[in-house]
Design a binder for this molecule. Sequence first.
Ligand SMILES: [Zn+2]
Length: 157
Amino acid sequence: MKKVEFEKLKRPETIKLPSMLDFYPLEDEKNTRISPFFSNLKERRLTTTRCEECGKVLWPPRIVCSSCFSDDLEWIDLGTEGELYAFTEMRLGAPLGFVDDVPFCIGIVKIGGLSISARIDNAKYEDLKIGQKVQLKVVELDDGRVFYRFDAAKETP
Ligand SMILES: [Zn+2]
C-alpha cells in the first residue's frame, strides 16, 4: 500500500465541540454506524460500503442500500490514488474553520469507480489539470477525528 501523507490540523479555539457549526461528524462507534469509515481512514484507507445483494457501491458509506434497501453491506477499499475530474478555487466565503486557508482548491476526484468531492492540497489553481493524479491525504483534527483530502501529485511525463 502507498504511504499517505499525514497532517495535523488545529481547530480554531473559538469553536466548542460538538456544536452545530462543527461540520466534522462524530466518528466513534457509539455515535455513528459508519464508524468503520473513520477507523479505516485512520489506517490511511479510503473505504465505503457495497451492497452484497445488488452490488451497488454507495457513496458516502451507508448502512442501508439506497437502491434495493438491503442492509447486507460490506466495506470496500477505494484505493489511495484518484484522478482529478473537475476543480475550482475557493477565494472567499469559505466555511468556518477554513477562512484562514483561502485561497484553496476543491475538486471532484474519480477514485474506485466513484466521483467524490474533496479539497485538493499542495497545488495552486493555475497548476492543476483535469485528469491529473491526486493522492489520498488523511488529516486529523486535534481531538483525534480524521477526514480526507487529496494531494496533487507531481505528474509524470
Ligand atoms: Zn442493494
